[in-house]
Structure formats: structure tokens, C-alpha cells
Design a protein around this ligand. Structure first.
Ligand SMILES: Nc1nc2c(ncn2[C@@H]2O[C@H](COP(=O)(O)OP(=O)(O)OP(=O)(O)O)[C@@H](O)[C@H]2O)c(=O)[nH]1
Length: 542
């Protein structure tokens, strides 16, 4: 069964459920006639019980594409809230109107319950490498070396017509254009703008140009460019942007934890979000929240506000008790439209409100945007600003986690310490900024060449720590050796001079013991590599 069929099946189950619930609601509404003559506290209880049921119905009906039923339930819920706030307004005449409106709910259900006409959403898909439109010999050489060394697939074009034809066949992952090879760069931009309009989704375009003025930037934005690089080209910056673009396509899906006592509704939300490529875990037992958080590491928690045993704000406060989960955004997903109530919940804990009913598209966009922002912020907090790599403390933490995992799975973890050779000379000869570029380039190369599951950290100034899970030592040597050769072939330029850099690396195999011991062993192997002539890889031998 595909996701849309599962959504349709859930909706049918929901319709059945509501059909059974409506007569009960009518009975509860009829029982309110007795409440007119009851003690105030008993009447209060009956009103609250019915209000809570209508609240749930109002929240869920819209989600299952029953808008009229949802709105009617919301209006009835408001009426009950009004009576609860002002008991004097609970009169026989008002109750009569209320009961009549409630009798209409089954009719609204049949009116709404036609086939679902929502369009199927599509997951994002990848393209076919990088297309480059450039013929200028020096720049072409520079770009082609960079793309080869970093391992990007690329295709070259000399004419806009050929490029356009290729794009109509296969959409590239990214498009690099040298604007100066065109006699009229503005015409090229216009062509690009038309090309963009013909695409189902925007092409990620990186432009290279000698122009560095506001109008050129503006035309670039209008042509859908996501990067603009002024000559002389800094290939490190261009590669970093390219990697970001491609990585966003390959990044680990956003993870959402969903807590809602209405199981059908929770399953519906989960399916909608999964359809958009997010990973969703439904937490049906609030007492298990810490186990779930540890195992699942959500980017966002979606919480219902009114739940039996433990309210959403209580659960949010519980999560915030632990330092480890302070950064995870908590979004209430609730049919509560009263801003006072929303504020009361947010003051306790939580970051935002999404009001039910919400359309599937709005839910996807709202959750996606919040998850994306949360992950960006988490990355800023744990990553080094020059290289985007994990900082010293965080790479050590991740190594400890990988060692625990390795204890369970029995799969080997390799630890690599890597240091740029004679880096002081690079700084002395070409300046600190060029030195920074070399560090950033090596960081990019490491990220590009290693697997998604490998971890890369900036351990010190020009020192890097790699953690390679499920990697025997012999394989680690092959991988690091390959990167060493690529780095040694990467040309750098400063003050019109070209120069090359190398690195040395030491490898140890992590097993039972302290994290620091295995880092120290890799460091000892690195020392041997430095003293063995540098530009080589050594393995720790006890
Ligand atoms: N540009 C730049 N330089 C840095 C950074 N962090 C550390 N350094 C410099 O890196 C150099 C490291 O020099 P050393 O530890 O003597 O080692 P080396 O010159 O690389 O020589 P070997 O490691 O023995 O091959 C020092 O000059 C530091 O100032 C940084 O973030 N940027």
C-alpha cells in the first residue's frame, strides 16, 4: 500500500470512528437538559466532558478533510466554553439551539465525507552531477581540477543552446556558469531566467563574474542564482557552496517526535510528514519520553496540549528538565485558538503553536521549516566556524558514542589523527588568510571523500580527528591514503604563485578502553609519520 492509500485508509477509519461518536455526543447534549436543574458543580462536569470531546473533534475533523464538521464542532465547543465562563447564560433556550445544532453534525459528516481530492506530494529527487558552462582556459583548468579532486561528476558546455538541451533531458544537481565568457552577460542572465521558469523546480545556479556591483547581484538573484563568485575565483568558497547545495539533498531526513493521544490523528500526521520525507516517531506512552528521545534524537517535538494523565505543557517542562534536550524545539499542535491559553502553555515551556485543524501542506511546511532551522542552529552550536567541522569536545563525544555502539555491534571503529605538514611555513610565506583557506579546503575534502556515517572534527588549529565507524584498520589506511594523494595534488594560489600542501596521519583501532587512550595512540602514530618524513599514513603499533 503506498502512502496515499494508507492516508485514505486512515481517513475511512476516522469516518467510522466519528460515525460511532456522534450519537454519543447527541446523548451527552440531551443529558444537558437535566444539567439545567442540577447542582452547579455536577452541571460543570457535564459541560466540561462534552467540551473536551468537541475540542478533539474540532481539531481532528479538519485534518481528515471534513472542514464543515470541524467548524461546527468548534462553534459548539466555543458555546460550551462560554457557558462554563458565564453560567448565567446557560439557559433552556440557548441549550435548545445548541442541541439542534448538534443534531446537524451527522448531516455535515455525510456532506464532507466524499472522496479526498488532495494532490499527492512528491519527495525531492536528485539530478545528474554538475554542469559547467565555461571555456576560459585558466578558469576551466582551475574548476576542473577542483571538481575532480573533490570527486564531483561534471559535464562541460561551450554553448548556451547545448546547455539548455542537456538541462531539458536531465536536471543537473548544480549549474556553474562563467558569465564573462558571454559577450553580453545580461543576455545570458535573461536566458537563465527563462530557463529557470521552464523548470519544475529551480536549478541551483552558481555564477562566476568579474562584475562586482549591485545590479549584477540583483540580476543574478532574478536569474535564480544561489551563489555569486567574483574573480579571481576562490575555489574553496565555490566548492563549499557546492557541497552545501548537494549535501542538503542528501542530508539525513529531519526527525519529528509526535505526541498526541488521538491515535488516528497522530497516524495521519505521521503519514503526511513521512510522505514529505521526514522521519516520524509517535510516542503513545508519555512515560517513555526519555527513552524515545535518547534513541530517536528528534529535530522537533510536536505535542498535543490536552492529553489525559499528562498535559502537553507538563510534558514540555519535563523535557526541558534535562540539559541534553534544551535545544530541541517543542511545538504545540493543538486546536486551542484562544491566545491566552496558548500563551499560558508557552510560558510553561515550548516554543510555538500550530493550530489544528491544519491542512496537510501547511503541516509539512510548518514542521519542515522549524526542523531545518533547529538543525542549522544545532550545527552552529557544535561546529567550528572556519571549517564547519565538529569542534574538539563534540568529536570526542561522538567518538565515545561510536565506541559504545561498536561494543554492542562488534564492528571496528578506526580513529585517525591528521595534521597539515609544515603549516607554519604556509602562514609565514603566504599569510594567515591563505593558511585558513588551506585548512578550509582540507576540511571540505575530508567531508566530501568520507562516508556520511564517518565523523570529522577539527581537533586543533591544523589538526583533524576522524572517527570511521565499521571500518577495519586496513580499510582506514586505504581511505586516508587516497585522501592524502588527492590533497597533495590540490593546487593553491596566493600572490600569483601556485603551491601545494601535504598532511601526515596516524591511525589507531578503538576497542575497549578510554576515548583518550585511542586518540593518544593515533597521535603516537601521527608522530611516527611526521618523523618518517611527513606526507604519509602510519598505523599505531604497541
Ligand atoms: N592560518 C591558520 N594557522 C593556524 C591556525 N591554527 C594554528 N595555526 C598555525 O599552524 C602552525 C602549526 O605549526 P607547528 O605546530 O609548528 O607545525 P607545522 O609547521 O605544521 O609543522 P609539522 O606539523 O611538524 O609538519 C602554527 O604556526 C599556528 O599558528 C588557524 O586556524 N589558521
Amino acid at each position: 500500500m503506498d502512502l496515499q492509500q494508507q492516508l485514505d485508509a486512515l481517513r475511512l477509519a476516522y469516518l467510522d470512528n466519528v460515525k460511532q461518536q456522534l450519537p454519543q455526543l447527541q446523548q451527552q447534549a440531551n443529558a444537558l437538559t437535566d444539567a439545567l436543574t442540577m447542582a452547579a458543580s455536577d452541571a460543570h462536569e457535564l459541560l466540561i466532558a462534552l467540551r473536551d470531546k468537541l475540542h478533539m473533534l474540532a481539531g481532528s475533523a479538519g485534518t481528515f478533510n471534513l472542514p464543515e464538521l470541524g467548524q461546527a464542532a468548534k462553534a459548539l465547543e466555543q458555546q460550551l466554553k462560554h457557558w462554563l465562563a458565564q453560567p448565567a447564560s446557560f439557559t433552556p433556550a440557548a441549550l435548545g439551539d445548541f442541541q439542534q445544532q448538534l443534531q446537524q453534525l451527522p448531516l455535515l459528516l455525510s456532506a464532507d465525507a466524499g472522496p479526498v481530492s488532495q494532490s499527492r506530494s512528491k519527495a525531492l529527487t536528485g539530478g545528474s552531477g554538475v554542469y559547467v558552462y565555461c571555456t576560459e582556459p585558466v578558469l576551466s583548468q582551475q574548476l576542473s581540477t577542483m571538481l575532480d579532486i573533490f570527486g564531483y561528476r561534471h559535464q562541460w558546455f561551450n554553448h548556451l543552446e547545448a546547455l539548455t538541451a542537456a538541462i531539458s533531458q536531465h536536471s543537473p544537481d548544480a549549474l556553474i556558469i562563467d558569465l564573462d565568457m558571454h559577450s553580453a552577460p545580461m543576455q545570458c542572465m535573461q536566458h537563465l531566467q527563462q530557463l529557470q521558469q521552464a523548470q519544475p523546480k529551480p536549478l541551483p545556479v552558481l555564477l562566476i563574474s568579474a562584475q562586482n556591483d549591485f545590479h549584477s547581484y540583483l540580476s543574478a538573484v532574478r536569474a535564480g542564482a544561489v551563489g555569486y563568485f567574483v574573480k579571481p575565483l576562490n575555489t574553496t568558497e565555490l566548492e563549499a557552496r557546492l557541497r552545501q547545495l548537494l549535501a542538503s539533498k542528501e542530508r539525513e531526513p529531519f526527525k519529528v517526535m509526535l505526541v498526541d493521544d488521538d491515535q488516528l490523528l497522530a497516524q495521519h500526521y505521521a503519514l503526511v510528514l513521512r510522505q514529505a520525507g521526514l522521519l516520524v516517531e509517535i510516542l503513545s506512552e508519555p512515560a517513555l519520553i526519555f527513552d524515545s528521545l535518547k534513541r530517536f534524537h528528534p529535530d522537533v517535538i510536536l505535542l498535543d496540549v490536552n492529553m489525559p494523565f499528562c498535559s502537553g505543557p507538563e510534558l514540555a517542562q519535563l523535557v526541558r528538565l534535562q540539559q541534553a534536550w534544551l535545544g530541541v524545539p517543542i511545538i504545540y499542535l493543538s486546536s486551542e485558538t484562544d491566545t491566552e491559553q496558548q500563551l499560558a502553555a508557552l510560558i510553561k515551556a515550548g516554543d510555538d503553536f500550530i493550530t489544528k485543524p491544519i491542512t496537510d501542506t501547511a503541516l509539512k511546511v510548518a514542521v519542515f521549516a522549524r526542523a531545518q532551522r533547529a538543525r542549522q542552529l544545532a550545527e552552529i552550536m557544535t561546529r567550528d566556524s572556519l571549517t564547519g567541522l565538529l569542534q574538539h569536545a563534540h568529536i570526542k563525544e561522538r567518538l565515545a558514542l561510536e565506541m559504545l555502539r561498536s561494543e554492542r555491534t562488534g564492528l571496528p571503529v578506526a580513529v585517525v589523527m591528521l595534521d597539515i605538514d609544515h603549516f607554519k611555513k604556509v602562514n609565514d610565506n603566504y599569510g594567515h588568510l591563505v593558511g585558513d583557506q588551506v585548512i578550509a579546503n582540507l576540511a571540505n575534502l575530508l567531508k566530501q571523500q568520507l562516508r556520511k556515517t564517518d565523523l570529522v572534527g577539527r581537533y586543533g588549529g591544523e589538526e583533524f580527528l576522524l572517527v570511521l565507524p565499521d571500518c577495519p584498520q586496513t580499510r582506514a589506511v586505504e581511505v586516508v591514503e587516497q585522501i592524502r594523494q588527492r590533497f597533495a595534488a590540490l593546487p593553491f594560489s596566493a600572490a600569483e604563485q601556485q603551491f601545494f600542501c601535504t598532511f601526515s596521519a596516524g591511525i589507531s583501532q578503538a576497542g575497549c578502553g578510554a576515548v583518550d587512550m585511542f586518540i593518544d595512540q593515533a597521535d603516537q602514530a601521527l608522530y611516527q609519520a611526521k618523523h618518517g618524513g611527513r606526507n604519509c599514513v602510519k598505523v599505531f603499533t604497541p
